[in-house]
Design a protein around this ligand. Structure first.
Ligand SMILES: *[C@@H]1O[C@H](CO)[C@@H](O)[C@H](O)[C@H]1NC(C)=O
Ligand SMILES: *[C@@H]1O[C@H](CO)[C@@H](O)[C@H](O)[C@H]1NC(C)=O
Ligand SMILES: *[C@@H]1O[C@H](CO)[C@@H](O)[C@H](O)[C@H]1NC(C)=O
Length: 418
């Protein structure tokens, strides 16, 4: 197998730090936070972690369904603590890989003999490659539910938050005996990922960890990654949508498409790397038709790509939850609840006073029938509980008079040394 300049980080050594810290070797953090900033040109959420020896800050993009954290090591990766994982080692079996490779132009990070490999995937550009599995030091901030942090763009890899054994939620849970649980909140300019349990304190001093609505996470038996091993399931987060309502009326959709079939097609997933909600063609048409009919008296204006339904913003009244457009609801399985998509999550401001319905058409027979994108989960708090296989959602936080940008960070004065 060929040598690549990427590696998958299995961070066996974690260094937890805080701004006000004094060393305390026995410290167990209660939770760990990744502050996020939205990179406006790309609409990706970026975090900054410290990594390597000596520690340097690096920027990574958040990938909700990603399998493993990966970092590009082609640009001067220097670290005395970098260690490639030898084929047959415990790390390789944890990562569930069956690939082993030599690399002739090494040794250097990303290129070692007898190291096991996986396929790091850029879920934004839909490109993947082969990457060496390795471990190195990572420093993250601990939290008690309060504290500050700031970043910028220029990402060199992705933080994987998927359901795999080597996703960050599972790695941190096993390193610190947390629950395999994390919450994510993506705001209009900032956001946060919190690993471990609540409280999730948002200004003005709400703990949002109670009052979430839970539905089961579903398993897609076939990987949704570009490249994978036979029998590998998807690490994406799927939920069961039973039907769709627009303005309180049922929208006729082919229910077969809402289920995950035995080859892994169909169903509904939540994706932070998909910008707008994307629907299989017949579902897309049914939903947009219902939307138009629900307010046929409101004049449509010239469309702005990539959208197909646009209006003058001033033709709609405003509410705390965004423009007062028809409500789109995903009615969820195994529960009498629905996921409500209010104006702030359905409409996109495209400038010049024009707003468009932020849904995209996926074509016929797409891999996943409904992909709930970043715009739809913006300013909603989601909690993924991997141990209990369920997801909790807050609904649009504007209803609780807060936003994802309002997380109240404050660090715990403690440190773990590797
Ligand atoms: C890797 O193994 C090849 C033979 O398979 C050998 O030629 C090369 O020197 C080795 N490289 C390193 C860095 O050990
Ligand atoms: C519903 O979708 C499935 C899967 O694409 C398809 O086989 C079936 O023919 C569709 N049913 C109808 C009534 O269109
Ligand atoms: C954040 O929470 C702490 C602890 O409850 C509180 O003392 C502080 O005032 C809060 N910050 C702001 C800006 O309200």
């Amino acid at each position: 197998m060929s040598c690549t300049k990427y590696f998958i980080l299995l961070s066996a050594f974690l260094l937890i730090y805080s701004q006000t810290s004094s060393a305390q070797t026995s410290f167990r953090p209660k939770a760990i936070v990744l502050p996020l900033t939205k990179d406006l040109p790309t609409n990706q959420y970026v975090t900054e972690i410290k990594q390597r020896t000596p520690l340097i800050p690096i920027k990574l993009t958040i990938d909700l369904g990603g399998e493993a954290l990966w970092v590009d090591c082609s640009q001067g990766y220097v670290s005395s603590s970098y260690k490639a994982s030898r084929c047959g080692s415990a790390q390789c079996s944890l990562a569930n890989t069956r690939a082993c490779s030599d690399c002739l132009s090494g040794p250097n990070p990303g290129c070692n003999n007898n190291s096991c490999t996986l396929y790091p995937e850029n879920t934004i550009s839909k490109l993947d490659t082969i990457g060496e599995i390795a471990q190195d030091v990572v420093a993250l901030q601990s939290t008690d539910g309060y504290n500050p942090g700031r970043l910028a763009s220029g990402a060199v890899g992705m933080v994987a938050l998927g359901k795999s054994n080597v996703g960050l939620p599972s790695l941190l849970a096993s390193a610190f005996s947390f629950k395999r649980k994390f919450a994510i909140c993506l705001g209009t300019s900032k956001g946060v990922v919190i690993f471990g349990d609540g409280p999730y304190n948002f200004l003005p001093n709400h703990d949002l960890s109670s009052g979430l609505t839970y539905v089961p996470l579903l398993t897609n038996p076939v990987s949704t990654a570009l490249n994978y091993f036979d029998g590998e399931p998807s690490y994406d987060y799927f939920i069961g949508v039973k039907s769709i309502r627009v303005n309180n009326a049922n929208v006729p959709v082919n229910s077969t498409l809402l289920k995950i079939n035995n080859v892994g097609f169909g169903g509904t997933k939540i994706s932070s790397s998909t910008r707008y909600m994307t629907l299989e063609s017949s579902i897309y048409k049914a939903v947009t038709n219902a939307f138009v009919k629900a307010r046929s008296n409101v004049r449509r204006v010239n469309v702005v790509a990539p959208f197909s339904l646009c209006y003058n913003a001033k033709d709609w009244s405003s509410t705390r939850l965004g423009l007062n457009v028809p409500l789109i609801e995903l009615v969820l399985e195994s529960s009498s609840v629905s996921w409500s998509i209010y104006g702030a999550n359905s409409m996109v401001d495209v400038g010049n006073g024009v707003v468009c319905l932020g849904l995209l058409e996926a074509g016929v027979n797409p891999r996943t029938s409904i992909v709930i994108g970043a715009h739809q989960i913006q300013d909603n708090l989601l909690q993924f509980d991997l141990a209990s296989s369920k997801v909790g959602f807050s609904s649009l936080l504007y209803g609780k008079q807060t936003t994802c940008g309002n997380f109240n960070f404050t660090s715990v004065a403690s440190k773990i040394m590797p």
